[in-house]
Design a binder for this molecule. Structure first.
Ligand code: TMP
Length: 208
């Protein structure tokens, strides 16, 4: 099978980190070379931008936040994602373009169609490679927040109100409806094993 680009999406505390680790482990067991990465981050410059973006002390307006996410993404694509895919390695990434639509488009900008069109424009112009498959781990907001809350001090995003995350969740659901072939909804409730198995089954559906 040719090298695939898989992204994971979801609100806080849905279990992305564990699901990604399990998938990468299983892919490696079958002899696949995998680069595991994340956004914002995944390259030297993008990791520096990440630190600023999640720092609760950073004062930032919504447009700058969006542009920094895409700046980080552009660097990450050109220094990590594309070189890996070109070398025949699979790339599994924690968050990608759909997080910008959900968090900036729906969370910050409440689904304003003009603003969503601007985000689509950034994707079209600055994202040369879309994921082959996106796994949206879906869990009720309250459940995820309770899990995320146990992880210690909240970052700049985790400190947002419940209503913000409800809009983000709605954003992921809207994206899934818009791109049903690329984005697969995974029920993120139940045991780690059950969720990992759902993810594995979805990945088996990738075309060669
Ligand atoms: P993480 O908690 O999954 O590591 O991601 C850090 C935060 O960045 C998370 O709260 C979601 C946010 N984010 C955006 O707001 N827009 C984006 O485009 C990306 C990739 C992440």
């Amino acid at each position: 099978m040719s090298a695939k680009f898989i992204t994971f999406e979801g609100t806080e505390g849905v279990g992305k980190t564990t699901a990604i680790a399990r998938l990468c482990e299983r892919l490696r067991e079958t002899g696949t070379q995998v680069v595991q990465t994340r956004e914002p981050g995944g390259s030297e410059l993008a990791e520096k931008l990440r630190a600023m973006l999640i720092d609760p002390a950073t004062k930032i307006d919504d447009a700058t936040e969006l542009l920094l996410m895409f700046t980080a993404r552009s660097d990450h694509l050109h220094h990590t994602i594309l070189p890996a895919l070109n070398a025949g390695k699979w790339v599994v990434c924690d968050r990608f373009i759909d997080s910008s639509v959900a968090y900036q488009g729906y969370g910050r900008w409440q689904g304003d169609p003009d603003k969503l069109a601007k985000i689509d424009g950034l994707i079209e112009n600055f994202v040369p490679r879309l994921p082959d498959m996106t796994l949206w781990l879906d869990l009720p907001i309250a459940e995820g927040m309770a899990r995320a809350g146990k992880r210690g001090e909240a970052d700049r995003f985790e400190a947002e109100a419940l209503a913000f995350f409800e809009r983000v969740h709605q954003g992921f659901a809207k994206q899934q409806q818009r791109h049903p072939n690329r984005i697969h909804r995974i029920d993120a409730s139940g045991t780690v094993e059950a969720v990992s198995e759902r993810v594995w089954q979805a990945v088996q559906g990738l075309d060669s």
